[in-house]
Write a protein that binds this ligand. Structure first.
Ligand code: PXL
Length: 273
């Protein structure tokens, strides 16, 4: 049977991120992607200004309208949430989670040691409650430090391991820490109670906004496409890296507009043929 993901995140019209990357990436893997918007923005918040329509009241109302219809999902994948939406997301999870539904959480609230515009400690504390129910948690080092009340220091090898342990203790079943550097490589570190796995490739030394969402969406789709989690991680990483390489080759503004992931979709599709 065709797999289905419910993803809960914003729709930022300009600037590739959130639903605008999750829908095409997941669909390209022949998985149905049901996108529940948390807010509609003119563009993501790294632009100097943006308009924001909050859809908090619409979220649970939409899900309740699906009673009696197909509301069975193999995965619930959450990304950028507006302030105050965690309780609603927890209610949605409680309502829709079946025995095999994977709960996949990208905290999506900060990077480079800082919170994104509009977020505060209260939002971080709310997000900790999503950590507790996560089967997969995908923080970058900034988010991992905020979630564990740890002082952020970039590129600290020991810190990466200690925050991951704290996140497992908070209840996450698998932590995939992104943006982990090792020598000339950058990649991600998967840790669960039994295993550790690192996969990285040559650091391209560029930061394109929305790259984290490209990786998360590719990993969400890959996890449902193979039983081999190390393969899923490798594919999601290589897809993201290829999208960045295409953006660099084309010499376009990926910093605001995001990586040209569309050009890497044929690669992604090939991996699960
Ligand atoms: O990529 C994360 C993200 C998603 N959605 C919105 C954002 C950001 C990061 O700034 O502003 C609206």
């Amino acid at each position: 049977m065709q797999k289905r993901i419910l993803t809960i995140q914003d729709y930022s019209v300009l600037g590739r991120c959130s639903l605008t990357v999750a829908l095409p990436i997941i669909s390209s893997l022949q998985i149905e992607c049901v996108g529940l918007p948390t807010a509609v923005l003119s563009n993501h918040t790294a632009f100097p200004t943006f308009s924001f329509v909050d859809l908090t009241d619409h979220m649970l109302e939409s899900v309740d309208k699906w009673d009696g219809y197909n509301n069975n999902f193999d995965m619930i994948y959450t990304g950028y949430l507006a302030k105050g939406q965690v309780d609603i997301v927890l209610s949605i999870i409680k309502k829709l989670k079946r025995e095999n539904t994977i709960i996949f959480i990208d905290p999506a609230f900060g990077e480079s040691g800082k919170l994104y515009k509009g977020f505060d400690k209260e939002h971080v504390d709310d997000m900790k409650r999503l950590v507790e129910v996560s089967d997969y948690l995908l923080p970058n080092l900034t988010e991992a430090c905020y979630l564990t009340d740890t002082f952020y220091q970039p590129e600290d090898h020991e810190l990466a391991y200690s925050v991951v342990d704290k996140l497992l203790a908070l209840g996450a079943k698998n932590v995939v820490l992104t943006g982990v550097k090792r020598e000339n490589n950058v990649g991600c570190l998967l840790v669960n109670k039994k295993n550790q796995y690192y996969y990285g490739t040559n650091d391209l030394k560029k930061k394109f906004h929305g790259t984290g969402d490209v990786f998360s969406s590719a990993l969400a789709g890959s996890i449902l496409s193979t039983d081999d989690i190390t393969k899923a991680i490798k594919v999601a990483h290589e897809f993201t890296s290829l999208a960045m390489q295409k953006t660099i080759e084309d010499n376009v503004d990926g910093i605001l507009y995001g990586p040209e992931f569309e050009k890497a979709i044929p690669f992604l599709v090939d991996q699960f043929k």
